[in-house]
Design a protein around this ligand. Structure first.
Ligand code: NDP
Ligand SMILES: O=C1O[C@H](COP(=O)(O)O)[C@@H](O)[C@H](O)[C@H]1O
Length: 569
């Protein structure tokens, strides 16, 4: 579906086309069977099909029968206050928090006093709207420790103290180089058995440094006690990929190169830097989003069915597919990658300066704010299918989705009128929705093809992404963490890109903030851009009055691209 077409209601079949997102209301007079479905979970278990076993309780990890002390290192930082502590409060008030025997220690190098910390924890719980006895206990019992993890034995002393109460979870919410240094300084005998180490992204800065860091970690604790966090793996819609693919007979038989033409994973943000220049300017869109989150999404979309959703089976399947992933076609980054950064423009109602002029940015560094790569997955299942991953900031349209585009039918029966469009399955990551776009027989002309979207909007999961991450960590389950070998593979896939971009072999393009991205054709024509072009052509052929008169506001796309924007990518 086209979110930015300028001719409302234009359709390839010459009649109005239902929009995929937001999901259109059921068409009056339309087939009840095919009327778009809208499902919103209001909490509580889902109902199963009639005549089947009663719904199973949600997957529940049993609390570990020991006191756990969660030590947040970098407790004064942005991640801790904005995401981690609210996620923790959220977890504690959910049914997953029942039975958790938890102590919380906040540690940072600053000499904060206890009240400062207590208020910070309380404020985070309020921000998450989490209230109740479990949160009260957390706030009352938490304590602050001043600790410079780079100073001799500060960290070891803190660990020893925390270990007196039971098991220890060390959450490194620190700048990555500080984390790596602190881990190197620890000796195995300073890390009590049962300790879990939680690390944030980026994990290393290339395959070799990730491997070295893996060596440091496994010298201290077993691999299954290491949690490399990718919070996308805690997002409920991302996890829904598993249910969608493996709990339904419908898609899996079609989930291969035989039927799939391409896969697009797009995470376009309409936000700018949000005060994170210090981190972002050293990372850029490729490391910030593609190397981590988007490759994890690719793995979930492309992996073979695991026998169980357990840390071994699920992570084996993901690792396998990432090992088979490489740059598309000849593997030349000049032909299968693209980078760009935003220039001055408008984001919503606000004038936005160029990225290069943001405080804390070094323009000479040439950091990209938009990255796009096309990858191949060299397996029997996926041979010849391009996987396009793209993410950018300060774009005019928020678009966060994976799109599976199926091949055209081998033969369209003569007599069915109109230009068929490929079937598409869209998995939205905010808004969270799933939409299947189909060509059906039209209502006005029984033999004319008409585009229809069957969709369901999903309510947010019970836990925030960080609540889900912490659930795994505190219950000692690394299923949703990135395994060490996979962390190395994710760098390996993109190393030729990093080198080519560093050497200037791929030009740094520009795009005005608030537009659809750099001008000109991208690596693969954008699936939406193609529809825009088709729609524009049909609309032009039919003349503006007729096009505008049909279909009401369908296709006008509230969130669509600006009239002046180039097609995305
Ligand atoms: N913020 C976010 O939205 C996200 C962050 N992450 C990751 O989380 C990690 C933390 O990021 P973020 O919270 O943004 O970073 P911040 O810079 O906001 O916080 C880091 C904290 O660590 C403290 N610190 C630095 N050095 C030491 C030391 N030697 N001993 C003890 N404390 C120290 C800092 O203190 P001081 O202020 O004095 O330097 C600061 O309070 C990074 O790996 C980042 O990539 C991942 C996803 C999202
Ligand atoms: O990790 C990151 O993710 C966010 C996007 O994730 P969301 O959960 O906020 O949708 C991204 O904005 C940020 O740059 C990146 O570091």
């Amino acid at each position: 579906m086209c979110g930015g077409c300028h001719e409302p209601g234009a359709a390839t079949s010459g009649r109005p086309r239902a929009r995929a997102a937001p999901v259109p209301p059921a068409t009056p007079g339309g087939s009840a069977l095919l009327a778009p479905v809208r499902r919103r979970r209001e909490g509580g278990p889902r109902r199963g099909p009639p005549g089947r076993a009663p719904p199973r309780r949600p997957r529940r990890l049993e609390p570990r029968p020991v006191t756990t002390t969660l030590v947040v290192l970098g407790a004064g930082g942005d991640l801790a206050s904005r995401l981690l502590l609210p996620g923790l409060a959220d977890l504690l008030v959910s049914h997953h928090g029942e039975g958790l025997d938890l102590r919380l220690v906040g540690a940072d190098r600053a000499e904060h006093d206890q009240d400062w910390w207590t208020e910070r924890v309380r404020g985070a719980a309020e921000a998450a709207d989490a209230r109740g006895p479990a949160v009260d206990r957390l706030v009352e019992g938490t304590r602050y420790a001043s600790c410079d993890v780079s100073a001799d034995d500060d960290l070891a002393g803190l660990v020893a103290e925390a270990a007196q109460d039971g098991d220890v979870v060390l959450y490194f919410a620190l700048p990555p180089d500080v984390t790596a240094g602190a881990l190197r300084s620890l000796e195995p005998e300073q890390v009590p058995g049962g300790t879990r180490l939680v690390l944030e992204k980026p994990f290393g800065h290339d395959a070799a440094s990730a491997a070295e860091l893996n060596g440091v970690l496994t010298r201290l604790v077993p691999e299954d006690h290491v949690h490399r966090v990718d919070h996308f793996l805690g997002k409920s819609t991302v996890l829904n990929i598993l249910g969608l693919r493996f709990a339904n007979r419908l898609f899996e038989p079609l989930w291969s190169a035989t039927h799939v033409e391409r896969v697009d994973v797009v995470f376009d943000e309409d936000l700018g830097l949000a005060g994170r220049a210090g981190y972002y300017d050293g990372a850029g869109a490729l490391a910030d989003m593609v190397q981590s989150h988007l490759l994890q999404l690719l793995a979930l979309i492309a992996m073979d069915p695991p026998a169980t959703i357990s840390e071994r089976d699920l992570r084996d399947r993901k690792a396998e597919v990432l090992r088979a992933t490489r740059l598309w076609d000849s593997g030349d980054p000049a032909s299968c990658t693209r980078r760009a950064r935003w220039t001055a423009g408008r984001l919503g109602d606000e004038e936005v300066g160029a990225y290069a002029d943001e405080p804390g940015v070094d323009p000479e560094r040439g950091t990209e704010t938009l990255a796009e790569v096309v990858l191949a997955v060299d397996t029997w299942r996926w041979a010849g299918v391009p996987f396009r991953l793209r993410s950018g900031k300060a774009l005019g349209r928020r678009r966060k989705e994976a799109v599976i585009t199926f091949k055209h039918v081998p033969h369209l029966p003569t007599g069915l009128l109109g230009t068929p469009s490929p079937t598409r399955l869209r998995i939205g990551f905010g808004p969270d929705d799933i939409t299947l776009e189909l060509d059906l027989n039209g209502q006005d002309d029984a033999f004319g093809l008409e585009r229809t979207a069957l969709g369901t909007e999903l309510s947010p999961g019970e836990l925030t992404a960080y609540g889900q991450v912490l659930l795994g960590v505190l219950h000692g389950d690394p299923t949703l963490s990135v395994r060490g070998d996979t962390a190395e593979q994710c760098w390996r896939v993109l190393e030729p890109v990093v080198a080519a971009w560093r050497d200037g072999r791929v030009p740094l393009e520009t795009y005005p903030a608030g537009t659809g991205g750099p001008r000109g054709h991208g690596l693969l024509e954008d699936v939406d851009a193609r529809e825009c072009a088709e729609d524009a052509q049909v609309a032009a052929e039919r003349g503006p009055r007729r096009a505008a008169g049909e279909g009401g506001s369908e296709g006008s796309g509230g969130e669509g691209r600006d009239g002046d924007d180039p097609p995305v990518a």
